[in-house]
Design a protein around this ligand. Structure first.
Ligand code: C2O
Ligand code: CU
Length: 538
């Protein structure tokens, strides 16, 4: 993956960085000239962890072991349950408590640069894993932050410049849970009744090695694997008892979007989203889960027959890959799909996939009941927006075979005027598809590049989480009906799936911390292609 240009490019980054640091007096860029090494003596850590990224050979499929990248943790200080190692390639689950001060020594034992981002966590810029902080093999980066988040499920993963997709694909990710007092009062299912499910798709060679690359068209769409793994295991099955469970789902896939439902038609009961618990449970027929999104489900197996099974599936939908012919006419779409291999019929979004099976093995007589109310969620309203008449745009576009945000691709330290955000404000932002370029020097009407314009994009904003104010759809014949009942718009979010033809307004606080905070598409192939920009918060 690594090329000879890497060193030179990094040199150039640092060069441009010192120029920039010089023009922004007192700003913190200067500290990244080397890795962040020195513990801050006035930061009294409650938890200290060594987290090492390294290569490993682990059993995934029967037969040969698979070569992966993996995070391994070691707890130096703090409660024993802070760190929970899992079998497979996923990193340990980091179980944090709101208010804890956390120090993490991140070691890079990979043969290439790396940096780690705490996805969903509200932390200072230097602790956010911006790719400008990538460290070289055998270097160390020191993270120190206070856990400010509400109770919920977050995650961490590699965020290395132009290497995020292959590094995450090879295994560099893990879950973070945050607990708090409000959550504890609810007495939700805990311990063995609180199950993490990290859903990822992979492809394997006949020798059991991970296969990744990717022609130009696949790159544009994003990687789709033919094998579903949950918690890095194939054919995931969990033995359960006749009682209620809390399931913490993360879509840790590079680009696959799941439409999750129960195989017997039981509705989905959601109790949490990216930003933690909802105000009250929501019931929906299925839930859409795009890369990086989390959803927490409540499922009660009470009254089910021992020996029976309930399967979590990904259902079929249109509006993503199988409908990529945004500008195409009717029947041509299918041909384009199979003919050009763009849709990837290998586990496309037009077939039902088994995600995980729950086998009822034990009978118990008692089960917690689903609370009618969960935790207070303050809804952000028009009057909470600092400048109600100003909307910060996030325009999804495409030029020169590359996806863009607000008319640009990623530049390590740069931002434009519209990307300047005053700190401690709440901004209204609008995420939308700009159609500039379509049919103009881009392959003409409907053909060629026009097709690419109508892909779904999961847009992620670093820093504090946001709320969805509105979701509008204005495109005919896009398959939207097959996904529209699967969105949860009420909770705190850090990633929002923007379907073709959709326009989404959000309210996002930028509290506490100045600095460069990324926003990008969490289709990791799109991100690595440059569909990422900085907000400069000051
Ligand atoms: Cu999960 Cu900037 O990413
Ligand atoms: Cu995208």
């Amino acid at each position: 993956m690594i090329n000879i240009d890497q060193k030179r490019r990094q040199f150039l980054q640092y060069a441009s960085l010192s120029t920039l640091a010089a023009t922004i007096p007192g700003f913190v860029f200067a500290r990244n000239q080397g890795a962040n090494m020195m513990p801050n003596p006035s930061f009294k850590a409650d938890v200290e962890i060594i987290l090492t990224a390294h290569t490993a050979d682990i059993p995934i499929l029967p037969g040969s072991h698979t070569h992966v990248f993996k995070y391994t943790g070691k707890l130096l200080k703090g409660p024993q349950e802070t760190l929970k190692e899992l079998p497979g390639y996923l990193g340990p689950i980091l179980n944090f408590e709101q208010g804890q001060k956390v120090r993490i020594f991140f070691n890079n034992q990979l043969p290439e640069p790396c940096i780690t981002h705490w996805h969903g966590m509200h932390v200072p810029q230097m602790m956010d894993g911006h790719p400008m902080y990538a460290i070289q093999p055998s270097e160390q980066y020191l993270y120190e932050f206070e856990v400010k988040n509400r109770a919920g499920t977050n995650w961490y993963h590699a965020h290395t410049h132009e290497l995020t997709a292959p590094q995450v694909y090879q295994g560099l990710s893990g879950l973070i849970t945050v607990a708090d007092e409000l959550e504890r009062k609810l007495e939700l299912p805990a311990g063995e009744y609180d199950i993490p499910l990290v859903i990822q798709d992979r492809s394997f060679s006949s020798g059991n090695q991970l296969r990744y690359i990717l022609g130009m068209h696949q790159r544009m769409r994003g990687f789709l694997g033919d094998t579903i793994l949950v918690n890095s295991q194939k054919d995931y099955a969990v033995p359960v008892k006749t009682r209620a469970y809390r399931l913490r789902l993360l879509n840790g896939s590079n680009s696959r979007i799941y439409k999750l439902g129960w195989n017997d038609g039981t509705p989905i009961t959601a109790i949490g989203t990216d930003g933690g618990l909802l105000a009250k449970p929501e019931t929906l027929p299925y839930v859409m889960l795009a890369p990086a999104e989390r959803v927490e489900l409540w499922i009660d197996f009470s009254g089910r027959e021992p020996g029976s099974e309930l399967t979590l599936q990904s259902l079929t939908y249109q509006g993503a890959s199988s409908q990529m012919g945004g500008g195409m006419r009717g029947g041509m779409r299918r041909d384009m799909g199979s003919g050009m291999g763009m849709m990837g019929h290998a586990a496309g979004q037009d077939e039902i996939l088994t995600i995980a099976k729950f086998r009822i093995t034990g009978q118990v007589s008692d089960s917690p009941k689903l609370p009618a109310e969960l935790v207070p969620v303050r809804r952000l309203m028009a009057q909470d927006i600092t400048h109600p008449d100003k909307t910060v745009p996030i325009a999804i576009g495409m030029r020169h075979m590359s996806f863009q945000l607000n008319g640009g691709t990623f530049e390590m330290h740069s931002y434009s005027d519209i990307e300047k955000i005053p700190v401690n404000t709440i901004q209204k932002m609008k995420i939308f598809h700009e159609n500039r370029g379509m049919g103009r020097g881009m392959g003409g009407r409907g053909g060629g590049m026009g097709m690419m314009m109508s892909l779904p994009h999961p847009i992620h904003l670093h820093g504090e989480q946001f709320q969805i104010l509105s979701r509008t759809h204005n495109q005919q014949d896009s398959g939207y009906d097959s996904v529209k009942d699967g969105f949860i718009n009420s909770g705190w979010k850090d990633t929002v799936l923007v379907m073709p033809g959709e326009e989404i307004e959000i309210a996002k606080p930028f509290s506490d911390y100045p600095g460069l905070y990324l926003y990008h598409c969490h289709n990791l192939e799109h991100e690595d292609m440059g569909m990422m920009r900085n907000f400069f918060v000051s």
